[in-house]
Write a protein that binds this ligand. Structure first.
Ligand SMILES: [Ca+2]
Length: 442
């Protein structure tokens, strides 16, 4: 299946290259740097109102680009959002609907078409440095899903000892164990910068799923904690520090991520690549509100109230995206793949099912998105969004909110809007019927 898609893509690419030029993408394929920050909350960055965390590099990229106020992760936890990012599909269709562990039986199925498998045939060099978390890397890893180079973890290891919660070392190079000393955020920076330098003369897709700011809570100066040979699934999963120091460590971890992104941007500057590089930054789900900030939102990581999935997101492309813009467009992680297809000019194979939509008109031309219903599902929670309206269900409980008036989801309006509740429940049921059960991993 993959081979067929690849051949089809080459054929389509040949047609595309022979077609008359219709825009900048047809002349020079832009580079893409996609930074996914782990568990970053809606209120964690200075550009979203935080006054405690110092994030000057991220704030500058946002200020010099376009910032979303209504961007959402597809999942309220790590794996489903990452699966949606890679496939452009709802997690429920992509093969992973829940956070996964370390088994060899769970993962985005290899026959799924990923963003790397679409960009590579168009001449892109594809690299990933950071956290994978969509299937054990030895079986479902990035090199088996279209990436040319990878240094990554399965999950969230100790930042210093690199031991994951299953008691095994978890740092891999091209799907082979390759431990090395270093604070993980620094390793992510090192490989990302090297990748840019080595591929400066050709289009590249650099995917940087930062490990910060997911637990264990360890700043660069905090001690290593986990050792091999035992599981770390109790309260010790959060690291070596007393709880009173979690938020201090979290701030330092975020500031290390900010420095990492700053170094990546500085490398692009130094090489004269900023005018030909789209930088996208977003988070994979909300933060835990006892350590980070979801701003004015209700709920936290794992919840289908806004605090679980409304996240920071912005795009920067010097000379192409006008600086200082803020958009209220409602967008999701699964929209990134169609957006990158449009911006890169990479062909979309016929028959490829995408749930996301192209955001390039929002980014480049201030266009509006067509209205569409949006859906989330996480175990016993469901949510559906239509314009300002959001219905949230959990077992027998149903709530309705108007997010324009009430982004904090404080006023349940379900009792006074029975007809709208009925309609939204109907849309949700139809969507669940369409996506069915998650694709079984193999
Ligand atoms: Ca996460």
């Amino acid at each position: 299946m993959k081979k067929c898609l690849s051949l089809c893509s080459w054929f389509a690419l040949g047609l595309w290259l022979g077609a008359p030029s219709s825009g900048a993408a047809a002349e020079v394929r832009p580079n893409v740097v996609l930074v996914l920050i782990d568990d970053l909350g809606y209120g964690d960055l200075g550009c979203y109102g935080n006054t405690r965390h110092r994030t000057p590099h991220l704030d500058r990229l946002a200020a010099e680009g376009i910032r979303f106020t209504d961007f959402h992760s597809n999942g309220a936890v790590c794996s489903p959002t990452r699966a949606a990012l890679l496939t452009g599909q709802y997690p429920q269709r992509s093969g992973i609907e829940a956070a996964i562990g370390f088994t060899l039986t769970e993962g985005v199925p290899l026959e799924k078409t990923t963003i790397a498998e679409l960009l590579a045939p168009a001449g892109y060099r594809c690299g990933i440095f950071g956290k994978w978390h969509v299937g054990h890397v030895t079986r479902f890893g990035p090199n088996a899903q279209g990436f040319h180079e990878s240094h990554c973890s399965n999950n969230n290891p100790d930042y210093h000892s690199h031991v994951s919660r299953d008691g095994n070392v978890d740092w891999w190079k091209n799907q082979h164990l390759a431990d090395e000393p270093g604070y993980l955020t620094d390793l992510v920076t090192r490989y990302s910068v090297r990748f840019i330098r080595e591929n400066r003369a050709q289009p590249f897709f650099l995917y940087v799923p930062q490990l910060g700011v997911h637990f264990p809570y360890q700043g660069p100066g905090d001690p290593p904690h986990r050792t091999t040979g035992r599981a770390w699934n109790g309260d010790d999963r959060y690291g070596p520090l007393p709880k009173s120091q979690y938020s201090r460590a979290y701030r330092e971890m975020l500031e290390a991520v900010d420095a990492s992104v700053g170094e990546i941007a500085a490398t692009l500057d130094e090489l004269g690549l900023r005018e030909n590089t789209l930088i996208l930054v977003c988070s994979d789900n909300g933060t835990y509100s006892w350590v980070g900030s979801n701003g004015p939102l209700r709920g936290q990581k794992g919840d289908l109230h806004e605090g679980g999935h409304r996240v920071p997101a912005f795009a920067n492309w010097r000379g192409r995206i006008a600086p200082g813009r803020v958009t209220s467009a409602t967008a999701l992680t699964m929209d990134l793949l169609p957006t990158l297809l449009a911006i890169s000019g990479a062909p979309r194979p016929s028959g490829l099912r995408l749930d996301g939509v192209d955001l390039s008109g929002v980014l480049l031309r201030d266009e509006l998105l067509a209205p569409r219903p949006l859906f989330w599902r996480d175990a016993d929670q469901r949510a559906v969004r239509r314009g300002p309206w959001k219905l949230v269900t959990r077992t027998a409980q149903t709530e309705l909110f108007n997010l324009t008036d009430d982004v904090g989801e404080k006023n349940d309006l379900a009792a006074g809007h029975s007809e709208l509740v009925r309609e939204l429940k109907g849309e949700l049921a139809a969507w669940e019927l369409a996506v069915g059960s998650p694709v079984k991993s193999r």
